[in-house]
Design a protein around this ligand. Sequence first.
Ligand code: AMP
Length: 418
Amino acid sequence: MSGLVAPKGTFDTLPPESARFLAVRDTLTAPLRRAGYGYVETPVFEDTAVFARGVGESTDVVSKEMYTFTDRGDRSLTLRPELTAGLVRAFIEHRLYAGALPVKLWSVGSAFRYERPQAGRYRHFTQVDVEALGVDDPALDAEVVALADQGYRDLGLTDYELQLTSLGDATCRPQYRELLTSFLAGLDLDDDTRRRAEINPLRVLDDKRPEVQSQLVDAPLMVDHLSDATKAHYDAVRQHLADLGVAWVEAPRLVRGLDYYTKTTFEFVHARLGSQSGIGGGGRYDGLSAALGGPDVSGIGYAVGVDRTILAVQAEGLDVAVASGIDVFVVHLGEEAKRFAVRLVGQLRAAGVAADTVYGGRGLKGAMKAADRSGAARVVVVGERDLAEGVAQVKTMATGEQVAVPLTELATSLRASV
Ligand code: AMP
């Protein structure tokens, strides 16, 4: 055997830990379903142009991290590095903007980035994605932010912070950009950073190196140069967030890795995850639909990293409710009893009871061990003698109590007990 392993930067999620993955994913998405968001499934690959135009050529994601390939029909395709661009592409293609607005959508699935792997940073990861398109209303910004916050709260997370700012829009960002560019021109920066500043000066504000940060103390900030309209928008977002009971900290230097953000921009940061501390983030992207060839409509959304949220859950020592999966386990002794057991398990499953039995003739001891491992609350033991007497033994695992139940009542009684 040639030791094949999962590709670098990827990992497998196996039982029993996979139950935690499902529980976290479902807890994060439950608030969306309660808020009128509709589920969307899009392909995991798109025409490369969807990301090049949608995420932005100047971003690390597009310039360095995409899994791009040419298919057998000579098309340039890319495994999605995030879900938003694909959802907006679908919104445009299916003319969802022609219906009732806002269009509220969510999705969950794989994303792929060629990054340097480390704890919390992978080449294949899972994102929950939320988009509200077609209406520019600060109340909608607040709703979207609050929904992400609700998901974390429902998991029991407390040691995280919502960082919030406004990145302005076309009416004020260009002037601010010029101001920042001339400020940066006066600093002692290396060539690489200068080049980055030329493409997107805002990125420099996010540079973590102390020698850069120390020069940025007096840098002009977007929030101090918002137009009246964007300032009013930001004030309204904060008012609604306060009304919704969502706490935040002002983060005037927050810049995100994707180019399309305007106005409200936010990130959720967890305190115990080291350098990869972002558990989710997003913002308003009023230029994205137009950049993808659609109508010039606004949108706001976020992506939450499921894998990093799981790390946060573990870091806070939370026991996310994980259903064991199996309610009833059936142990059989002898050929007749096996036929009966297989039939009973089929009946129980059809009736909505999670049931399992042993396969491969492992003897009573092995079978009882399997029953124990399954986590089932009730174990049915049935042997040839029981069958002859028309009963089965039903053991309640928590108490060890065992009673003989007539076979004719067995399925009904088990169904009632779960
Ligand atoms: P972004 O799409 O870059 O705004 O990322 C949104 C969220 O996805 C982040 O807050 C992370 O939780 C998660 N995420 C982004 N990149 C990765 C990665 N390489 N590995 C694991 N999670 C990631």
